[in-house]
Design a protein around this ligand. Sequence first.
Ligand SMILES: *Cc1c(COP(=O)(O)O)cnc(C)c1O
Length: 418
Amino acid sequence: MKNIPLPNTPTLEGNLDKKLLLQVAKEYQTPLFVYDFDKIEEYFNQFKLAFSGRKSLICYALKANSNLSVIKKLASLESGVDCVSLGEIKRAILAGIPTYKIIYSGVGKQDYEIQEAIKLGILFINIESKEELLKVESIAKTLNTKARISIRVNPDIDPQTHPYISTGLKENKFGIGVEEAKSLYLYAHKSESLEPIGIHFHIGSQITKLQPIAESAQKIAQLLHSLLALKIDIKFFDIGGGLGITYKDETTINPYDYAQSILECLRGLDVTIICEPGRFIMGNSGVFLTQVLYEKISQEKRFVIVNGAMNDLIRPSLYNAYHKITPLNPREGELAPTDIVGPICESGDYLGKNIALPPLKAGDILAILSAGAYGFSMSSNYNTRPRCAEVAISQGKARLIRKRETFEDLIALEKDYL
Ligand SMILES: *Cc1c(COP(=O)(O)O)cnc(C)c1O
């Protein structure tokens, strides 16, 4: 039966019902991240189901949201993880992800990180350059072991997304060209300290068109064929992440079609598919709640100043990203185009521009939708602002999964100032 999943869109329903969110805002204060743990499960299962016809492993991309309770939830669904630092690997292990389901990616792995990853016995390391391959080989040698590796191949295909989150073009810093990759596989195959078991590509994030992914998969599958012909025993076909979600009105890729296009490339091949979704699972599973502080109306513009800012949710400032914004206690009156801005001393500090909003008063709570991915995980302490608390809601019940930082937390590591 063809599985037609629910679209991945911003909504304030179920666990993210407005009334419930108002209660949560009152209890835990704002600014605040709130995640719907039932949605996380739903989106994860959509992915799992889409690939269920084949041996597959979903490795959630931890960087999208690395809260330990989020990881633990995904561990309970039998997810693996894709990590980009030793810190993320440690988080994953702490939250109950088995080491044989952990992948380690990223262009700038440091010696101590590689050493620890090998010692921990993770599934494999995704190699991003020749120098890194040699580094991993020499570290494995000193550890007297074989390091399992996969090579991130750069298919040189335009994912048609924002340039900052585009990674699969030859001008990007990521991955290795097809020809060089082939020679590195041959090298690794002969090495006593390396065991090439995977092949990997990841062309970017927030991808909404299937074609660039399908084309990349075909290109990488061709390489896989030639490696298998050389008796290099590749067992994992790692298709990365990047599946887009709806923030505004984008039509996106349905996981079923996504899976079908990958399966088509792999006909007759006995490999396990690994996918690394991050945003798809977390993006629309979370909202960011912020409170109105002031309204400022000039002849030119209406500004609403809120207590949340770019240090909490940087996507609008960094990528000019759009997030739906909805007042939780709407007032009667005309909608007017409004810039929602934070207290930070930067003109780029905004959460929304020209959003049609009804009258608002100090104390009103706004929900910034689709904030579950690359929200808290990209947050900072800029302007000495404590990072937000995080709350999980499951079946209508809310619980705190990260305390709000205090001023004392912020200065805890500073010394010699007295
Ligand atoms: C960021 C990243 C992902 C996840 O991307 P999403 O767009 O959140 O799905 C997966 N794999 C790698 C290697 C990444 O860098």
